[in-house]
Design a protein around this ligand. Structure first.
Ligand SMILES: [Zn+2]
Length: 164
């Protein structure tokens, strides 16, 4: 078991703690506006990273999602593992992708970083804790099974596992 994860508190309580912990990848000071991410072209406007046309005279700064991707430092881990996973890999990956896209349309920093499928197990990493939870919940509501969500009370991180 990973250090720093609690096992005797309800997930809801840990979630609250995790959310109170600021994502270390969000800037502490506000960026000047307009700023553009040179990697994904999001525009920082009105205090948020948004999908907008590139404004004239924009500064450049890598957005928090791209920084996590560059550092290979996920905030969310989703693990799907069972015989069912072996037989339904494509559907599960597709559902994860469509859930990501739906989330990302509203919140462009919510992204899948990587999907690693070794046959029996699918590991998905994400740039934020919310999109990881959405993926876990979407799979659970479509296929039932057992969903386990553990928030890191000390850090801005969530680990989700699902099996059926
Ligand atoms: Zn970016």
């Amino acid at each position: 078991m990973k250090k720093g994860f609690s096992h005797d508190r309800p997930a809801r309580y840990d979630r609250q703690l995790a959310e109170e912990h600021k994502d270390p990848y969000r800037p502490k000071a506000k960026l000047s506006e307009p700023t553009v991410c040179p990697q994904c072209a999001l525009v920082y406007h009105d205090g948020h990273w948004q999908t907008l046309p590139r404004p004239d005279g924009a500064q450049e700064s890598v957005c928090p999602a791209c920084r996590r991707i560059n550092d290979n430092f996920p905030a969310g881990y989703v693990t799907l593992e069972s015989d069912f996973v072996k037989q339904h890999r494509d559907e599960l990956v597709k559902l994860a992708r469509t859930t990501e896209q739906r989330e990302r349309d509203q919140h462009p920093l919510q992204r899948i970083m990587d999907i690693n499928d070794d046959g029996n197990k699918i590991d998905i990493t994400t740039t934020d804790i919310h999109v990881a939870r959405r993926i876990g919940e979407a799979i659970h509501s479509a296929y039932e099974g057992d969903l386990d969500i553990k928030y890191g009370p000390e850090d801005y991180v969530v680990r989700i596992s699902w099996s059926r």
